[in-house]
Ligand binder design. Structure first.
Ligand SMILES: [Zn+2]
Length: 110
């Protein structure tokens, strides 16, 4: 990972920094999540590689077990509040559910 890159806003110097991300009421900690901060315009941003890395880490660490509950005639799975906040989900919002195989369902947030 580059220690310094050009800021995409002002072409200033953006330095590599790390922050600790806490998820699920602090039960899940992603240590040293990398991002860049511009020393000129103070913009903070992550590169697509950094975002990919974070989502890989979340995929492996951000695992919750939820029971299936009744909701009228359907079955429902509730979402933990940290997931709701993280993905900025709102009631009534549409999500896509894609069956991957008999053991996996993929949920896509738009
Ligand atoms: Zn800048």
């Amino acid at each position: 990972m580059e220690k310094e890159i050009k800021c995409h806003l002002c072409n200033g110097k953006a330095k590599l920094k790390f922050e600790e991300l806490k998820l699920d009421n602090g039960r899940i900690t992603i240590k040293e999540s990398p991002y860049y901060k511009c020393s000129k315009c103070k913009e903070e941003f992550a590169t697509s590689g950094q975002m990919q890395e974070l989502s890989n880490q979340i995929n492996t660490k951000f695992v919750f077990k939820r029971p299936i509950i009744n909701a009228g005639r359907s079955l429902a799975i509730t979402l933990p509040s940290d997931i709701v906040q993280y993905y900025k989900l709102k009631k009534g919002e549409k999500i896509q559910i894609i069956p991957k195989n008999q053991k996996e369902l993929k949920v896509i947030v738009q």
